[in-house]
Design a binder for this molecule. Structure first.
Ligand SMILES: O=C(O)CCC(=O)C(=O)O
Length: 357
């Protein structure tokens, strides 16, 4: 993005990223910025954590979580509510048969752990060999509904806020609706999707579990060497070892949870009738004058003056953060849950079959 753009241009861009739009049905996604919602300060308040867990893999000591990034504070509480409402609208449409056949799937809950609802946009992904003999992966001759406007707004936000690289703009997504006790079993995401990809969390916090070996203790009960809590409105980006060396899973959740996984399809796997969405072309990260990525430190500051321009507010927020710099230096191998500074005990012994999602 060109340096030296006018403050007005930056301000316009910030407004266009707002997810709080006019009232309306699912996926309306208009872009009206509420008075109290200051994107510049919010952007400065996003926080990024990296993770470390050193393990020997095929004789080499590596950080198995390298490539994972947890960005917190990306979607506000109000935006989360709007997105969840949109998901429920889609669920209702799916139940009434108003979505394309392969878009909506609500399996029978025949045992603990089974029953997660999925809503697929952009492409039809096959989890396991289906009755037509299609192997796991994208089914290129099936059509599903396109990514709805509000979810496209989420993508724009994530690219603009440096959460996803502009070289990897998602053109598909899967909404997961977990009721109590639903789970997603251990898997590595299929390579029909390129890296990085990401998952956004709503409604209730849960842990995502990682490990080169994930142990199945019972239905929906999995354990592994690293467990990362996923705060509401956060985005977990999966790349590198975190996406491809370790498997991940979400054990049975204790209360309803929704996640949306955004992924870019490999160009050679795109469905035959897929039409690239013009809204998702040429997206770029915001380059505000503050330079340094804003996501490093927590924001604890007085609010900038009301009439400050976005770029001033951004710089002010950054300065306040730097003044209170809290050093994040992850300690290795501590026997507690993973946050940016803590690591869980090793606990993997039984090898499980990789489930390709
Ligand atoms: O629900 C989640 O946060 C994880 C979903 C997931 O593992 C996936 O979509 O691959």
């Amino acid at each position: 993005m060109a340096a030296g753009r006018s403050v007005n241009k930056i301000s316009e861009e910030l407004k266009s990223l707002s997810l709080l739009g006019t009232a309306g049905g699912s996926g309306g996604g208009g872009g009206i910025l509420l008075d109290e919602d200051d994107e510049a300060v919010r952007l400065a308040n996003v926080r990024k954590n990296d993770f470390k867990r050193w393990e020997r893999v095929r004789g080499r000591l590596i950080n198995i979580l390298d490539g994972l990034e947890l960005h917190t504070g990306v979607f506000s509480a109000a935006e989360q509510r709007r997105i969840v409402d949109c998901v429920y609208d889609f669920q209702e449409k799916g139940r009434k048969g108003r979505l394309r056949e392969r878009t909506y799937s609500e399996p029978r809950k025949w045992m603990r752990g089974k029953g997660r609802v999925t809503i697929q946009f952009g492409c039809c992904y096959n989890y396991a060999m289906d009755s037509n003999g299609n192997p796991p992966g994208i089914i290129r001759d099936e059509e599903v509904d396109p990514i709805p406007p509000l979810l496209k707004q989420m993508i724009k936000r994530m690219v603009a806020w440096h959460v996803l690289p502009p070289s990897c703009i998602p053109n598909s997504c899967i909404v997961n609706i977990y009721d109590k006790d639903d789970c997603i079993p251990p898997h590595i995401d299929h390579h029909d999707f390129v890296r990085p990809f990401c998952t956004v969390s709503f409604l209730s916090e849960c842990n995502i579990v990682f490990g080169t070996e994930l142990k199945i203790n019972g239905p929906g009960d999995f354990s592994g060497s690293a467990s990362i809590p996923l705060p509401l409105g956060s985005v977990l980006v999966l790349n590198g070892n975190g996406a491809d060396v370790v498997k991940h899973c979400v054990p049975a959740v204790s209360s309803r949870r929704i996640s949306i996984t955004f992924r870019k399809m490999d160009d050679s796997k795109i469905p035959y009738d897929f039409i690239p969405d013009p809204d998702l072309q040429n997206l770029y990260p915001l380059s505000l004058r503050g330079q340094q990525h804003p996501s490093i430190l927590p924001l604890r500051q007085d609010q900038p003056p009301k009439n400050a321009q976005p770029s001033q507010k951004f710089e002010q927020a950054q300065k306040a953060q730097q003044a209170q710099k809290v050093l994040q230096s992850p300690t290795l191998q501590r026997p507690v849950q993973l946050t940016e500074a803590d690591f869980p005990p090793l606990s993997s012994s039984i090898r499980v079959q990789t489930y390709r999602k």
